[in-house]
Design a protein around this ligand. Structure first.
Ligand code: FAD
Ligand code: DLZ
Ligand code: SF4
Length: 503
């Protein structure tokens, strides 16, 4: 019997991948291909492109060392067809093969495309705790989906932070302890930086040449691109940042893009790290008394709770979830999302950092860039394409539900129980951005008023009929209704003036 072609994608860089586990290195052949279709379906950040291509090239080496025969097609190969389908056909012809084996891709558009290929066997991606059918079975027929319920199920399933049948420390969730503001600290840890090797240097050159106009600063490039370095980065986080991760999880500081975050989602989503192994290592730190429970629980909840939950929703609701727009928001994405050219210090900081590092932490994504778009009524699909392009960790299965569900409420409350809408007071409480801003976060009206304050009330007013039915938002609608008519008019006029000036 002739062998098969095993297609390994750029975010499937795991030696235990289901397609590799089902394959046979003696008869099957691996194909990995850098193709323009994947490199351009959104205008990816330059650092994201370097990370994906360099990590792919290093993984091909790892597979060869493990005994696999690997065909690796570079983007610069003159014969490159430009698409994964084209590269599969070329490889099948090259080796006189007919059958293709692959692990299901993480994005709907590729699953659809692959289903159209002849003689392809798609295996489930078992690098997650919850399989797609299992999640749908859990979700189907429930009145409201709450991450917290799903998370408890995952805690019981994995035994993570469980003492017998009870949650360690007597509580499932320590989020209430995780909302402290951070002070600038010269000793704040930094993620380790890895110098580009010869492979990464070649990729840097290629990306500079082929994608000169893409968003983002190319150098310095310091991400890990191998499993060993990704593991070293995570080990560094465990020792240096995890102890304070929980307490400062929601904090933001000018000039401190990473605070106590792990900065590992790009490695995890590409397959260089294993989610369960990471959570077990975090639990071990807590059991050894080296980190507090609020940090360990907070981290584990992000991985086995949120990460799995958003993936479940993605596959349950696709196709179609990428076009939801429950709040009927149609304003184009302001150009400053690509240039950082805005006088709002918070947005300027988060977008500049995104441009330089292809990274922003969760609260920056949710409560600054996401919150602004929600309040301003930006088209959620345009915003989705932005998030998908600009972060090194962005793949649709994780980015889309976070954007349209969590941050834009565009699914009408399927994922989140209330819109994450906040005025400038929230940003002021959790960051030091307002100190350096031309706007006054305390001002509620007039030319110096923080735009988040104007837009917040405009948002409440625009959507009051829907929001008054939400028990967590009704109070704000009633507050709005108690404002004097002249105040309401002025707020709405100021908000309209601000929005009309957005380019
Ligand atoms: P840490 O804060 O150190 O958290 C640890 C890990 O938990 C992360 O590495 C990540 O794997 C996981 N995690 C945390 N929050 C979430 C979440 N809400 N959903 C899924 N996993 C989570 N995350 C992505 O991995 N890819 C995306 O494309 C992405 N897009 C987002 C878009 C928006 C609008 C928002 C609000 C959030 C998005 N997130 C995304 C979630 C979160 O912002 C990132 O996972 C996190 O900032 C990555 O940085 P970190 O590794 O330092 O995470
Ligand atoms: C993100 C990405 C990029 C930029 N380039 C490639 C590529 O050239 N070849 C490839 O196999 N994968 C790439 N990827 C990752 C894919 O886009 C990813 O596998 C799908 O989006 C499914 O999650
Ligand atoms: Fe952002 Fe308003 Fe604070 Fe300026 S004043 S940094 S716009 S929240």
């Amino acid at each position: 019997m002739s062998g098969r072609l095993i297609l390994v994608l750029g975010d499937q860089l795991s030696p235990g991948l289901s397609s590799l586990a089902a394959g046979d290195p003696r008869t099957d052949r691996v194909l990995m291909a850098e193709v323009m279709a994947e490199a351009s379906y959104v205008p990816h950040h330059k650092k994201k492109l370097v990370f994906v291509f360099s990590a792919m090239r290093h993984f091909a080496q790892e597979l060869r060392e493990a005994g696999w025969q690997v065909d690796y097609v570079t983007l610069d190969d003159p014969a490159n067809s430009g698409s994964l389908g084209g590269e599969v056909l070329r490889a099948l012809a090259r080796h006189n093969l007919s059958r293709v084996l692959a692990t299901e891709p993480g994005e709907w558009r590729l699953v659809e495309e692959m289903r159209g290929w002849s003689d392809v066997e798609l295996l489930p991606d078992d690098r997650f705790l919850a399989d797609r059918a299992g999640f749908a079975g859990w979700a189907e027929g429930r009145k409201g989906l709450r991450m917290e319920h799903f998370y408890r199920l995952m805690r019981r399933k994995t035994g993570l932070l469980m003492d017998g049948g009870e949650p360690a420390g007597g509580r499932w969730n320590f989020d209430a302890d995780n909302r402290s503001r951070a002070e600038p600290d010269l000793l704040m840890p930094q993620p380790p930086r890895f110098a580009p090797d010869a492979i990464t240097t070649q990729v840097l050159d290629m990306v500079a040449r082929r994608f000169p106009d893409n968003f983002g600063t190319l150098e310095p490039f310091w991400f890990a691109v191998t499993r060993a370095d990704a593991e070293a980065a995570f080990a560094h986080f465990l020792t240096h940042a995890l102890p304070r991760f929980g307490t400062y999880q929601d904090a933001m500081l000018a000039g401190r893009p990473f605070l106590y975050h792990a900065v590992v989602a790009q490695y995890l989503n590409a397959g260089l790290l294993d989610p369960l192994a990471m959570c077990r290592a975090v639990e071990a730190e807590w059991r050894a008394g080296r980190v507090p429970l609020n940090s360990a629980e907070g981290f584990i909840r992000q991985i086995i709770g949120w990460r799995e939950f958003v993936r479940g929703i993605y596959w349950w609701k696709m196709p179609g979830y990428d076009r939801v727009n429950a709040l009927e928001a149609h304003r184009p994405l302001p150009s400053f999302y690509w240039t950082a050219d805005t006088r709002m210090a918070c947005l300027n900081a988060c977008i500049s950092q995104t441009r330089d590092e292809a990274y922003a932490h969760h609260i920056q994504r949710l409560m600054v860039t996401g919150n602004f778009a929600l309040l301003a009524g930006i088209d959620p699909h345009a915003l989705h394409e932005w998030y998908l392009a600009v972060y090194a960790d962005a793949y649709e299965w994780v980015e889309l539900p976070n954007t349209v569900g969590m941050s834009q409420f565009a699914d009408g409350g399927l994922l989140a129980s209330k819109p994450y809408a906040a005025s400038g007071a929230y940003i002021d409480r959790m960051s030091d951005y307002c100190w350096g801003c031309v706007y006054d976060v305390k001002a509620k009206a007039g030319p110096k008023a923080c735009p988040f304050n104007l837009l917040y009330w405009d948002f409440i007013a625009r959507h009051r009929e829907r929001l008054v039915r939400n028990p967590r938002m009704a109070q704000m609608v009633r507050t709005w209704e108690r404002f004097a008519p002249e105040r309401q008019e002025q707020l709405r006029r100021d908000a309209a003036r601000f929005l009309d000036a957005l380019a």
